[in-house]
Design a protein around this ligand. Structure first.
Ligand SMILES: CC(=O)SCCNC(=O)CCNC(=O)[C@H](O)C(C)(C)COP(=O)(O)OP(=O)(O)OC[C@H]1O[C@@H](n2cnc3c(N)ncnc32)[C@H](O)[C@@H]1OP(=O)(O)O
Ligand SMILES: O=C([O-])CC(=O)C(=O)O
Length: 453
């Protein structure tokens, strides 16, 4: 009897050749691999007023000048937004959500009303709650995507793309992501024999605090809330070109519903080269800690990093996770803020040795990467947002299963703002680039005249 395994083996063998395309053809046809120019800068494919990501300037001769990274939400620097909230000793995620969605900073009254509305909207109805608890699986990003798709059936106007309906759907998603993620995590714990706690979000608490409450009951501190709030602020948007937001924009441009589009964005963010890198960093660090005996020995660290780059160690992809970025060169401003948080927390929690090790690893990874690439390197690399986030989450007692979902819990804001922009832009057109055919033209053969492959 023909077995599926035999067919899988055969097709897997043929795709070794059918998927290969001569790299030279990219030059011949001027195809931008990964939508990236020769110097690795992104091909400009759209205009946005939501967020801006700056990692380099152009010299007069057109070459790249590396600069410290800048991130703007609606034209305002993320660093200023963070420092503003810190200076006034208040939380900032709700203000960031308002800024990104509405396009301007709210006044005190607007912010109070908005925060109250969000905390009221966080609660899920019984049917949806039971549904989340019923979703099987180990991966919360996968559960989140499935849950978002299911929300379509609970929405009375899921396909309505009017401005008001898009805003209604966006606010609901922003407010309920923390609840869905916390409940999905609690269901996961329950599956491995722990008690099931399904706590209703509390009116009047911030999104960050409500999330900690739903995850851990009253077992969190004001500092934990502050740190989570800041982490959410820095992950909220990253312009239109990052893989998940672009996915949301591409699917939105076809006119599909909010739930389909956001589920696609979640799928993209889960990838280990994108938001899923925060989990890979934690895993890679565990591995390095096991294999490097002296965490202060630069030679030992360098030897191990070289092995990773040579595809001889860790997961043999040749990648050092948490390092490198499509746009940033000298620094990712979010990694700078997260590192600052990590340092302060490490001192408070007695984990300075680990922090110092990570900091040294960051420095050595950049140095080893540049040496490894030698003259082939087109641009400088730096630690990205995913390098320190897991360490920060661990210090406030959050489990690994929710590290990438936490990214989604913040980025839902940017996704919604970009979707609204994509759908309301008057000159809007379906996003439909071209693929140049690289296959030979062949004649169709009748079935009894075909050769056995
Ligand atoms: C939220 C976020 O999405 S932040 C990014 C999270 N991802 C990671 O941390 C994974 C590790 N980093 C990477 O894989 C990459 O740096 C990416 C995916 C973030 C960006 O990739 P690119 O835009 O292709 O980066 P860039 O153009 O600077 O790459 C130059 C070369 O260096 C390689 N490179 C880049 N980063 C790394 C790294 N961390 N380790 C090893 N090699 C790397 C690239 O593969 C590329 O090689 P190639 O020229 O042989 O194709
Ligand atoms: O911009 C990118 O390519 C990835 C990124 O850092 C993000 O989405 O936050």
């Amino acid at each position: 009897m023909i077995q599926m395994d035999d067919i899988i083996k055969k097709i897997s063998e043929t795709i070794k050749t059918t998927t290969q395309i001569d790299p030279e053809l990219f030059n011949v046809y001027n195809v931008k691999r990964g939508l990236r120019n020769e110097d690795h800068t992104g091909v400009v494919v759209g205009l946005t007023k939501v967020g801006d990501v700056v990692g380099y300037e152009r010299n007069e001769d057109g070459s790249l000048k590396a600069i410290p990274g800048k991130l703007m939400y609606r034209g305002i620097s993320l660093e200023e937004i963070v420092r503003g909230a810190q200076h006034e000793n208040r939380l900032g995620f709700e203000e960031t959500i308002y800024l990104i969605l509405a396009g301007y900073l709210p006044d005190k009254q607007e912010l109070d009303n908005f925060s109250t509305m969000l905390s009221r909207t966080m609660d899920l109805n019984q049917k949806i709650t039971m549904h989340i608890l019923d979703l099987e699986g180990q991966d919360i990003m996968n559960i989140l995507a499935r849950c978002v798709l299911e929300l379509y059936t609970f929405d009375e106007a899921p396909d309505d793309t009017s401005e008001e309906n898009l805003v209604r759907q966006s606010l609901n998603l922003v407010a309920t992501f923390p609840t869905i993620i916390a409940y999905a995590y609690n269901a996961l714990r329950h599956n491995v024999g722990k008690s099931l706690h399904i706590r209703h979000p509390q009116e009047g608490l911030s999104l960050a605090e409500n999330f900690l409450y739903m995850m851990k009951g009253h077992n969190y501190t004001p500092l934990d809330v502050k740190i989570l709030d800041l982490a959410l602020m820095v992950h909220a948007d990253h312009g239109g070109g990052n893989n998940s937001t672009f996915t949301v924009r591409v699917t939105s441009s076809a006119g599909t519903d909010t739930y389909s589009s956001i589920a696609a964005g979640i799928g993209s963010l889960k990838g280990p080269l994108h938001g899923g890198a925060n989990l890979r960093v934690v895993d890679m660090l565990k591995h390095i800690k096991k294999n490097v005996k002296d965490w202060t020995d630069v030679d030992e660290i360098d030897t191990y990093l070289k092995k990773i780059l040579n595809k001889e160690a860790y997961n043999k992809t040749g990648l050092i996770y948490g390092i490198g970025h499509a746009i940033y060169t000298i620094s990712d401003p979010r990694a700078v803020l997260l590192k600052e948080m990590a340092r302060d927390l490490a001192i408070e929690k007695g984990r300075e040795k680990e922090f110092n090790f990570m900091s040294l690893l960051e420095e050595r990874a950049i140095k080893n990467f540049m040496e490894f690439k030698g003259t082939n390197v087109k641009k400088q690399v730096c630690a990205n947002v995913d390098f320190y986030s897991g360490f920060v989450y661990d210090m406030i007692g959050l489990p690994q299963e929710i590290y990438t979902p936490l990214f989604a819990m913040a980025r839902i804001v940017g996704w919604c703002a970009h979707r609204i922009e994509e759908l309301n832009f008057k000159e809007r057109r379906i996003i439909r680039p071209a693929y140049k055919n690289a296959s030979d033209v062949k004649k169709y053969k009748e079935i009894d005249k075909r050769n056995k492959q």
